[in-house]
Design a protein around this ligand. Structure first.
Ligand code: SF4
Ligand code: SF4
Length: 422
């Protein structure tokens, strides 16, 4: 664990505001781990808000929904915040927000939902892990072993980000209702919400929430990583190569839980999310409710003017986020933050050779050899990266942070991880 400058002061007390409707949205057909979806609309089609526009027959996927009403004007390659480029459905808005018909459940029907019903609602709503992982949530709600513990992850340990903190304060009853529903459907007895001590308002909001134990964590990084959370809260270790459900635990990010609430109680698919727009380059950092597919230039303009040109634009936080090359790139389901860093904050510059100082090895919270995986990955030696345990990397970015040679360790390890778990 490392102690980082938190830099949450830019936005932590800013109430969530809705970003005005974009004129166009760019909805990538892949916003999840798994198979890319196929479009179910064509150019010229009129679409309603919340209408399903892309899906696929596969096990691991999440459908995509229109985040504004209007007309499909293109299906084309477009910048993607994680993949660089990907095919996207482009919708030109009509400014009307004409809503597709959602089937609304009454409280009696909600009280009778089974685990299978819940999974279907979550799948139909296109919900994925919104803390950055993008793993389809309906699969996480279908563990192959019985669960005894549910941990709601409200740690938000990445510096600068405050979207989850705002959500916990502004939507406490809704999150509590969804937590109770998930726990009932999955037969879970023990429920925790994990919150770092730097979020006193959120801690207060959940103190006394029925059936939920609040676990206050130190503000260390990466406190919010699943395996670290489980170790800290339950004192249990998830063995290397295993997942939390192997030891009877389910961890859900707090924004994902809120999306489940919206799907169950309002029949609403995942078409918007809270994004922290922050950094020293911005005059007015904010927490914004943003339609999925909105280009980041809209967010920057709304939080501007710029105090100085950014040296680096990151979607996500400074440790795990991904630097962007264009402001045309859209917000997707997993985009929790948009960070504009000046040249003093951004670690820009050339890579130097590894000096074998082992700082990355000492810093790695899961005991990997980042320098070795990096070298193997650069040489495309995927079997060797597997032997070094690349698949267990939690993508925390500490190795990058501590490396005196400015090596791009995380980027190459992420690439290796994709190859290893293909
Ligand atoms: S190898 Fe992965 S888990 Fe280890 S420090 Fe680097 S990013 Fe974090
Ligand atoms: S921290 Fe950087 S320089 Fe040091 S061993 Fe790791 S990769 Fe090499």
């Amino acid at each position: 664990m490392v102690r980082l400058a938190e830099n949450k002061h830019y936005s932590e007390n800013k109430l969530t505001q809705s970003l005005p409707l974009p004129l166009k949205v760019y909805l990538p057909l892949i916003q999840h781990l798994g198979k890319i979806c196929n479009p179910e609309v064509k150019v010229g089609d009129t679409v309603s808000l919340g209408q399903k526009i892309a899906s696929i027959t596969a096990h691991v996927y999440a459908p995509i929904h229109a985040s504004i009403s209007g007309k499909v004007v293109a299906i084309q390659d477009w910048p993607h915040p994680v993949l660089g480029r990907a095919k996207a459905v482009v919708i030109e808005g009509d400014g009307q927000d004409n809503v597709a018909e959602f089937h609304l459940l009454d409280q009696q029907e909600i009280d009778k939902l089974t685990a299978q019903d819940l999974r279907k609602i979550v799948l139909d709503a296109g919900i994925v892990g919104m803390g950055g992982a993008s793993f389809p949530t309906h699969i996480k709600l279908n563990p192959i072993k019985p669960l005894d513990t549910l941990i709601i992850n409200g740690a938000e340990c990445e510096p600068y980000l405050t979207a989850d903190a705002r959500l916990m304060v502004e939507k406490t009853p809704q999150i509590s209702a969804a937590v109770a529903l998930i726990a009932r459907c999955l037969g879970v007895k023990d429920i925790y919400i994990a919150i770092e001590k730097n979020k006193p308002e959120a801690i207060k909001a959940f103190s006394g929430a029925p059936g939920i134990k609040v676990k206050v964590l130190p503000s260390d990084y990466p406190q919010g990583a699943e395996k670290q959370l489980i170790q800290n809260i339950l004192g249990k270790e998830v063995p290397r190569g295993k997942l939390p459900f192997d030891i009877g635990v389910l961890v859900q990010n707090v924004a994902t839980v809120y999306a489940i609430y919206e799907a169950v109680y309002k029949g609403k698919p995942l078409i918007e999310r809270i994004v922290t727009v922050t950094g020293s380059c911005l005059q007015n950092p904010k927490n914004l409710l943003v339609r999925i597919g909105t280009p980041i230039k809209n967010l920057i303009e709304f939080c501007g003017p710029l105090k100085e040109p950014p040296a680096k634009i990151i979607i996500g936080g400074p440790m795990m986020g991904i630097a962007q090359y264009t402001d045309e790139v859209p917000i997707i389901k997993s985009s929790s933050g948009l960070l504009l860093m000046n040249k003093n904050e951004a670690k820009v510059g050339d890579e130097d050779p590894c000096i074998r100082c082992a700082a990355c090895v000492r810093g790695c919270p899961v005991g990997l050899l980042p320098c070795q995986i990096n070298l193997a990955s650069e040489r495309l030696l995927w079997n060797l990266t597997r032997e070094y345990g690349a698949g267990d990397c939690i993508e925390c970015g500490i190795c990058n942070y501590v490396c005196p040679s400015n090596r791009r360790l995380l980027q190459t390890i992420k690439r290796a991880k994709l190859e290893v778990i293909k």
